[in-house]
Design a protein around this ligand. Structure first.
Ligand SMILES: [Zn+2]
Length: 240
């Protein structure tokens, strides 16, 4: 991604004034794209699905990643979306057009984004199956949903709690980890509502730091999971 996607005060793109701490690859920002599976030993819930072959050719490796994790795609009966951007939803369908999850029984989509989801022609066969959720809803005994609107109108975070520990699977709360933990006020061009996205990021960072919750981010560098601590007016990320 070009560095100008990062926005400072007043929606102004960064350019020559890009802080030195921002990690660049060939002059560009490198974004990972992650999806996360919650396996409680009984049911596997998949949060987001990646882009399959619908975006950049470096994406679409979810089937291999599930193999590597020892999770049979046939065990995944619940898929939830943090929001409905293409790098989160297109993995429902494999590059060859088959269903990625042959036993899918529930497809949870933020209520505010049902209409957006139903504009995706490639996913037409899932349009009627989409089931709305909202902030405050629970999934089983271990997962609750926290609203984190701003990046998109229904953008949401899934909190899994077990054995006294918790993890926030927070979607697109941070796009550029080398900058946005330290300076959470920095926004992203594709945040639909920049002010609300900033407010949600600050709220989730504080929640993760103060409740000692792990975080799992769709665009955090591999492994995409770590802890958050408060630091000099901002926050610090410690990868797992
Ligand atoms: Zn994304």
């Amino acid at each position: 991604m070009p560095v100008g996607r990062l926005r400072q005060d007043g929606d102004k793109p960064f350019g020559d004034d890009l802080p030195e701490q921002v990690a660049l690859v060939g002059g560009q920002l490198r974004l990972s794209v992650n999806a996360f599976a919650i396996d409680d030993g009984h049911e596997v819930i998949l949060i987001d699905t990646g882009a399959a072959n619908a975006w950049h050719p470096t994406m679409g490796r979810l089937p291999q990643a599930l193999d590597e994790a020892g999770i049979d795609a046939g065990r995944i009966r619940i898929v939830c979306f943090t929001h409905t951007h293409l790098d989160h939803i297109q993995g429902l369908v494999l590059a060859d057009g088959r269903d990625a999850f042959p036993r899918l029984a529930r497809l949870l989509v933020p209520r505010e984004e049902l209409d957006l989801f139903r504009t995706e022609a490639r996913l037409k066969r899932f349009h009627d199956m989409a089931e709305p959720f909202e902030a405050g809803d629970r999934l089983g005994t271990h997962v609750d949903i926290i609203g984190a609107h701003g990046h998109e109108v229904g953008h949401s975070c899934f909190r899994a709690s077990s054995g006294g520990e918790c993890i926030l699977i927070w979607g697109d709360t941070v796009h550029v980890p080398s900058l946005q933990f330290d300076r959470p006020e920095v926004t992203w061009e594709f945040d639909t509502d920049q002010d609300q996205a900033r407010e949600s990021r600050l709220r989730l960072l504080a929640l993760a730091a103060d409740d000692h919750c792990f975080v799992a981010g769709a665009h955090l560098d591999s492994p995409g999971i770590g802890r958050v601590a408060r630091s000099r007016g901002g926050f610090r990320f410690e990868a797992l």
